[in-house]
Design a protein around this ligand. Structure first.
Ligand SMILES: C[S@@+](CC[C@H](N)C(=O)[O-])C[C@H]1O[C@@H](n2cnc3c(N)ncnc32)[C@H](O)[C@@H]1O
Length: 299
Protein backbone atom coordinates (compact mmCIF):
# COMPACT_ATOMS: atom_id res chain seq x y z
CA UNK A 1 0.00 0.00 0.00
CA UNK A 2 1.26 3.48 -0.77
CA UNK A 3 2.50 5.67 2.03
CA UNK A 4 0.08 8.08 3.62
CA UNK A 5 1.15 11.63 2.84
CA UNK A 6 -0.79 13.13 5.72
CA UNK A 7 0.21 12.96 9.32
CA UNK A 8 -2.22 10.89 11.41
CA UNK A 9 -2.27 13.54 14.15
CA UNK A 10 -3.80 16.01 11.66
CA UNK A 11 -6.44 13.44 10.66
CA UNK A 12 -7.16 12.71 14.33
CA UNK A 13 -7.42 16.42 15.14
CA UNK A 14 -10.05 16.93 12.43
CA UNK A 15 -12.04 13.71 12.58
CA UNK A 16 -11.43 12.34 16.05
CA UNK A 17 -12.34 8.71 16.55
CA UNK A 18 -15.79 7.11 16.38
CA UNK A 19 -14.88 3.93 18.19
CA UNK A 20 -12.90 5.36 21.11
CA UNK A 21 -14.94 3.27 23.62
CA UNK A 22 -13.60 0.07 22.05
CA UNK A 23 -10.05 1.43 22.07
CA UNK A 24 -10.37 2.48 25.74
CA UNK A 25 -11.77 -0.97 26.59
CA UNK A 26 -8.85 -2.71 24.87
CA UNK A 27 -6.21 -0.43 26.42
CA UNK A 28 -7.67 -0.73 29.94
CA UNK A 29 -7.65 -4.52 29.72
CA UNK A 30 -4.12 -4.50 28.29
CA UNK A 31 -2.94 -2.31 31.20
CA UNK A 32 -4.68 -4.55 33.78
CA UNK A 33 -3.01 -7.68 32.34
CA UNK A 34 0.33 -5.87 32.14
CA UNK A 35 0.14 -4.77 35.80
CA UNK A 36 -0.92 -8.27 36.80
CA UNK A 37 2.12 -9.77 35.07
CA UNK A 38 4.42 -7.20 36.75
CA UNK A 39 2.86 -8.03 40.12
CA UNK A 40 3.32 -11.75 39.54
CA UNK A 41 6.93 -11.11 38.50
CA UNK A 42 7.57 -9.15 41.72
CA UNK A 43 6.18 -12.08 43.74
CA UNK A 44 7.86 -14.70 41.57
CA UNK A 45 9.93 -16.23 44.40
CA UNK A 46 6.99 -16.61 46.83
CA UNK A 47 4.94 -18.15 43.99
CA UNK A 48 7.78 -20.64 43.33
CA UNK A 49 7.93 -21.48 47.04
CA UNK A 50 4.16 -21.94 47.10
CA UNK A 51 4.29 -24.40 44.18
CA UNK A 52 7.25 -26.17 45.83
CA UNK A 53 5.16 -26.68 48.96
CA UNK A 54 2.42 -28.45 46.98
CA UNK A 55 2.56 -32.25 47.18
CA UNK A 56 1.83 -32.45 43.44
CA UNK A 57 5.25 -30.95 42.63
CA UNK A 58 7.18 -33.20 45.06
CA UNK A 59 6.60 -36.12 42.66
CA UNK A 60 7.61 -34.09 39.56
CA UNK A 61 11.18 -33.40 38.29
CA UNK A 62 13.15 -30.63 40.05
CA UNK A 63 12.45 -27.07 38.80
CA UNK A 64 8.86 -28.03 37.79
CA UNK A 65 7.49 -25.60 40.38
CA UNK A 66 9.67 -22.83 38.90
CA UNK A 67 8.47 -23.70 35.41
CA UNK A 68 4.80 -23.60 36.55
CA UNK A 69 5.35 -20.22 38.25
CA UNK A 70 6.98 -18.88 35.08
CA UNK A 71 4.00 -20.08 33.07
CA UNK A 72 1.56 -18.36 35.43
CA UNK A 73 3.50 -15.08 35.10
CA UNK A 74 3.80 -15.26 31.32
CA UNK A 75 0.08 -15.83 30.60
CA UNK A 76 -1.08 -12.31 31.62
CA UNK A 77 2.03 -10.85 29.92
CA UNK A 78 1.01 -12.63 26.72
CA UNK A 79 -2.58 -11.39 27.07
CA UNK A 80 -1.31 -7.83 27.63
CA UNK A 81 0.91 -7.99 24.52
CA UNK A 82 -1.98 -9.30 22.38
CA UNK A 83 -4.35 -6.62 23.67
CA UNK A 84 -1.79 -3.84 23.07
CA UNK A 85 -1.32 -5.18 19.54
CA UNK A 86 -5.09 -5.30 18.88
CA UNK A 87 -5.51 -1.77 20.32
CA UNK A 88 -2.68 -0.52 18.08
CA UNK A 89 -4.25 -2.13 15.02
CA UNK A 90 -7.64 -0.73 15.97
CA UNK A 91 -6.23 2.78 16.25
CA UNK A 92 -4.30 2.40 12.98
CA UNK A 93 -7.45 1.14 11.21
CA UNK A 94 -9.59 3.94 12.62
CA UNK A 95 -7.35 6.83 11.61
CA UNK A 96 -4.39 6.41 9.21
CA UNK A 97 -5.76 3.37 7.33
CA UNK A 98 -9.22 4.91 6.96
CA UNK A 99 -7.67 8.00 5.41
CA UNK A 100 -5.38 5.97 3.18
CA UNK A 101 -8.26 3.77 1.96
CA UNK A 102 -10.34 6.89 1.23
CA UNK A 103 -7.55 8.12 -1.06
CA UNK A 104 -7.50 4.72 -2.77
CA UNK A 105 -11.28 4.71 -3.19
CA UNK A 106 -11.18 8.14 -4.81
CA UNK A 107 -8.56 6.88 -7.27
CA UNK A 108 -10.87 4.01 -8.34
CA UNK A 109 -13.00 6.53 -10.25
CA UNK A 110 -11.04 7.39 -13.40
CA UNK A 111 -12.62 10.71 -14.23
CA UNK A 112 -14.07 12.94 -11.53
CA UNK A 113 -14.47 15.89 -13.88
CA UNK A 114 -17.71 14.40 -15.24
CA UNK A 115 -19.12 13.61 -11.80
CA UNK A 116 -22.00 15.88 -10.88
CA UNK A 117 -23.50 13.92 -8.01
CA UNK A 118 -21.82 11.52 -5.60
CA UNK A 119 -23.18 9.81 -2.49
CA UNK A 120 -21.39 8.43 0.57
CA UNK A 121 -23.69 6.06 2.47
CA UNK A 122 -23.04 5.83 6.22
CA UNK A 123 -20.65 8.77 5.87
CA UNK A 124 -19.79 9.11 9.57
CA UNK A 125 -17.60 12.14 10.22
CA UNK A 126 -16.67 12.34 6.57
CA UNK A 127 -13.11 11.14 5.95
CA UNK A 128 -14.17 9.62 2.61
CA UNK A 129 -16.81 12.26 1.92
CA UNK A 130 -14.25 15.06 2.26
CA UNK A 131 -11.68 13.14 0.20
CA UNK A 132 -14.24 13.12 -2.64
CA UNK A 133 -15.10 16.79 -2.08
CA UNK A 134 -11.38 17.64 -2.27
CA UNK A 135 -11.10 15.73 -5.53
CA UNK A 136 -14.10 17.61 -6.97
CA UNK A 137 -12.51 20.88 -5.86
CA UNK A 138 -9.18 19.90 -7.42
CA UNK A 139 -10.92 19.14 -10.73
CA UNK A 140 -12.72 22.50 -10.59
CA UNK A 141 -15.91 20.48 -10.85
CA UNK A 142 -19.40 21.79 -10.30
CA UNK A 143 -20.23 18.41 -8.73
CA UNK A 144 -21.45 17.83 -5.20
CA UNK A 145 -21.14 14.95 -2.78
CA UNK A 146 -23.96 14.01 -0.43
CA UNK A 147 -23.20 12.34 2.89
CA UNK A 148 -25.98 10.18 4.28
CA UNK A 149 -26.02 9.15 7.91
CA UNK A 150 -28.83 8.16 10.21
CA UNK A 151 -27.67 10.37 13.10
CA UNK A 152 -28.22 14.13 13.12
CA UNK A 153 -25.27 14.61 15.51
CA UNK A 154 -23.04 12.84 12.97
CA UNK A 155 -24.19 14.87 9.97
CA UNK A 156 -23.64 18.06 11.99
CA UNK A 157 -20.05 17.10 12.78
CA UNK A 158 -19.56 16.00 9.15
CA UNK A 159 -20.42 19.48 7.95
CA UNK A 160 -17.98 20.85 10.54
CA UNK A 161 -15.15 18.63 9.23
CA UNK A 162 -15.98 19.68 5.65
CA UNK A 163 -15.60 23.29 6.81
CA UNK A 164 -12.22 22.54 8.39
CA UNK A 165 -11.07 20.84 5.18
CA UNK A 166 -12.25 23.88 3.19
CA UNK A 167 -14.69 21.92 1.02
CA UNK A 168 -18.04 22.86 2.55
CA UNK A 169 -19.39 24.17 -0.76
CA UNK A 170 -18.96 20.69 -2.27
CA UNK A 171 -20.66 18.82 0.58
CA UNK A 172 -24.28 18.32 1.56
CA UNK A 173 -25.36 16.12 4.43
CA UNK A 174 -28.61 14.29 4.70
CA UNK A 175 -30.08 12.46 7.65
CA UNK A 176 -31.65 9.18 6.56
CA UNK A 177 -31.71 5.41 6.67
CA UNK A 178 -29.67 3.53 4.13
CA UNK A 179 -32.29 0.75 4.07
CA UNK A 180 -34.53 3.12 2.18
CA UNK A 181 -32.29 5.60 0.47
CA UNK A 182 -34.22 8.87 0.24
CA UNK A 183 -33.21 9.40 -3.41
CA UNK A 184 -34.80 8.59 -6.74
CA UNK A 185 -33.62 5.82 -9.09
CA UNK A 186 -30.59 6.45 -11.35
CA UNK A 187 -29.59 9.67 -9.58
CA UNK A 188 -25.88 9.50 -8.65
CA UNK A 189 -22.78 9.25 -10.85
CA UNK A 190 -20.80 7.70 -8.01
CA UNK A 191 -21.87 5.93 -4.81
CA UNK A 192 -19.30 5.04 -2.17
CA UNK A 193 -19.30 3.49 1.26
CA UNK A 194 -16.51 2.78 3.75
CA UNK A 195 -16.52 0.25 6.59
CA UNK A 196 -20.27 0.52 6.91
CA UNK A 197 -22.23 -2.14 5.04
CA UNK A 198 -21.20 -4.94 7.43
CA UNK A 199 -23.03 -3.10 10.24
CA UNK A 200 -26.36 -3.29 8.41
CA UNK A 201 -28.72 -5.89 9.91
CA UNK A 202 -26.50 -6.48 12.95
CA UNK A 203 -29.63 -6.43 15.13
CA UNK A 204 -30.40 -9.87 13.60
CA UNK A 205 -26.94 -11.17 14.57
CA UNK A 206 -24.06 -10.70 12.13
CA UNK A 207 -23.83 -14.27 10.88
CA UNK A 208 -27.54 -14.81 10.37
CA UNK A 209 -29.29 -15.17 7.01
CA UNK A 210 -31.54 -12.23 7.94
CA UNK A 211 -28.51 -9.92 8.37
CA UNK A 212 -27.02 -11.13 5.07
CA UNK A 213 -30.36 -10.49 3.34
CA UNK A 214 -30.44 -6.99 4.81
CA UNK A 215 -26.87 -6.25 3.63
CA UNK A 216 -27.53 -7.34 0.06
CA UNK A 217 -30.83 -5.47 0.04
CA UNK A 218 -28.91 -2.28 0.94
CA UNK A 219 -26.41 -3.07 -1.81
CA UNK A 220 -29.45 -3.24 -4.12
CA UNK A 221 -30.39 0.25 -2.89
CA UNK A 222 -26.89 1.48 -3.82
CA UNK A 223 -27.36 0.03 -7.31
CA UNK A 224 -30.84 1.52 -7.59
CA UNK A 225 -29.69 5.10 -6.97
CA UNK A 226 -26.68 4.80 -9.32
CA UNK A 227 -27.09 6.20 -12.82
CA UNK A 228 -26.53 3.77 -15.71
CA UNK A 229 -22.79 4.02 -16.32
CA UNK A 230 -22.27 5.16 -12.71
CA UNK A 231 -19.57 3.69 -10.47
CA UNK A 232 -19.97 2.10 -7.04
CA UNK A 233 -16.99 1.78 -4.67
CA UNK A 234 -17.40 -0.11 -1.41
CA UNK A 235 -14.70 -0.78 1.16
CA UNK A 236 -15.86 -3.24 3.77
CA UNK A 237 -14.88 -5.99 6.16
CA UNK A 238 -15.50 -9.72 5.91
CA UNK A 239 -18.57 -9.82 3.65
CA UNK A 240 -17.08 -8.64 0.35
CA UNK A 241 -17.47 -12.05 -1.39
CA UNK A 242 -21.19 -11.86 -0.57
CA UNK A 243 -21.37 -8.39 -2.20
CA UNK A 244 -19.56 -9.66 -5.29
CA UNK A 245 -22.10 -12.48 -5.69
CA UNK A 246 -24.98 -10.03 -5.39
CA UNK A 247 -23.39 -7.59 -7.84
CA UNK A 248 -22.99 -10.44 -10.32
CA UNK A 249 -26.66 -11.33 -9.83
CA UNK A 250 -27.54 -7.72 -10.50
CA UNK A 251 -25.41 -7.91 -13.67
CA UNK A 252 -23.06 -5.11 -12.71
CA UNK A 253 -20.04 -4.63 -14.98
CA UNK A 254 -16.32 -4.24 -14.29
CA UNK A 255 -16.59 -5.80 -10.83
CA UNK A 256 -13.13 -5.51 -9.31
CA UNK A 257 -11.95 -6.60 -5.89
CA UNK A 258 -8.77 -5.18 -4.35
CA UNK A 259 -6.14 -7.22 -2.56
CA UNK A 260 -6.82 -8.10 1.07
CA UNK A 261 -6.19 -5.31 3.57
CA UNK A 262 -6.28 -6.09 7.28
CA UNK A 263 -8.49 -3.59 9.05
CA UNK A 264 -9.78 -3.88 12.60
CA UNK A 265 -8.02 -7.29 12.72
CA UNK A 266 -10.28 -8.53 9.93
CA UNK A 267 -9.92 -9.00 6.22
CA UNK A 268 -11.21 -6.14 4.11
CA UNK A 269 -11.38 -5.35 0.39
CA UNK A 270 -12.45 -2.53 -1.86
CA UNK A 271 -15.01 -3.71 -4.39
CA UNK A 272 -15.87 -1.48 -7.31
CA UNK A 273 -18.33 -1.91 -10.15
CA UNK A 274 -20.12 -0.07 -12.93
CA UNK A 275 -23.86 -0.06 -13.53
CA UNK A 276 -24.47 -1.06 -17.15
CA UNK A 277 -25.56 1.69 -19.51
CA UNK A 278 -27.56 -0.75 -21.60
CA UNK A 279 -30.40 -2.76 -20.11
CA UNK A 280 -30.33 -1.48 -16.55
CA UNK A 281 -31.72 -4.25 -14.37
CA UNK A 282 -34.09 -4.13 -11.46
CA UNK A 283 -32.41 -5.03 -8.14
CA UNK A 284 -34.58 -8.15 -7.79
CA UNK A 285 -33.56 -9.60 -11.15
CA UNK A 286 -31.17 -12.54 -10.98
CA UNK A 287 -28.67 -13.75 -13.56
CA UNK A 288 -26.39 -16.75 -13.43
CA UNK A 289 -23.73 -15.01 -15.51
CA UNK A 290 -20.62 -14.88 -13.31
CA UNK A 291 -18.04 -14.01 -15.94
CA UNK A 292 -17.80 -10.31 -15.24
CA UNK A 293 -16.04 -10.60 -11.86
CA UNK A 294 -12.30 -10.06 -11.60
CA UNK A 295 -10.73 -11.20 -8.34
CA UNK A 296 -7.41 -10.23 -6.90
CA UNK A 297 -6.41 -12.51 -4.03
CA UNK A 298 -9.85 -12.51 -2.41
CA UNK A 299 -10.27 -14.84 0.55
C1 LIG B 1 -18.55 2.67 11.16
S1 LIG B 1 -19.17 4.26 10.78
C2 LIG B 1 -18.39 4.50 9.21
C3 LIG B 1 -18.22 5.94 8.94
C4 LIG B 1 -17.51 6.32 7.64
N1 LIG B 1 -18.01 5.61 6.49
C5 LIG B 1 -16.02 6.24 7.77
O1 LIG B 1 -15.41 5.39 7.11
O2 LIG B 1 -15.44 7.00 8.54
C6 LIG B 1 -20.83 3.88 10.33
C7 LIG B 1 -21.74 5.11 10.21
O3 LIG B 1 -22.97 4.67 9.63
C8 LIG B 1 -24.06 5.28 10.28
N2 LIG B 1 -25.22 4.38 10.16
C9 LIG B 1 -25.45 3.25 10.85
N3 LIG B 1 -26.60 2.67 10.45
C10 LIG B 1 -27.10 3.47 9.46
C11 LIG B 1 -28.28 3.40 8.66
N4 LIG B 1 -29.13 2.40 8.76
N5 LIG B 1 -28.48 4.38 7.75
C12 LIG B 1 -27.58 5.40 7.61
N6 LIG B 1 -26.46 5.51 8.35
C13 LIG B 1 -26.22 4.56 9.27
C14 LIG B 1 -23.61 5.49 11.71
O4 LIG B 1 -24.30 6.57 12.32
C15 LIG B 1 -22.11 5.76 11.54
O5 LIG B 1 -21.85 7.13 11.46
Amino acid sequence: MGKSSRDWTQIYEIYGMDEWQTLTFLLLHAIVFFLLSVLLLIYFSPICSFFDSLTLFSSLPPRSARFAAGFIVSVPALFASCLFFVAGNFFYSSIPLRWEMSQRMVKVVNDWSNVKTALDVGCGRGILLNAIAKQLKKEGSSGRVVGLDQKKTVTTSTLRTAGIEGVQEYVTCREGDVRQLPFGDNYFDVVVSAVFLHTVGKEFGRRTAAAAAERVRVLGEVVRVLKPGGVGVVWDLVHVPEYVRRLQELRMEEITVSERVTAFMMSSHIVSFRKPIQQPVAPGEVSLDCKSAHYVNIC
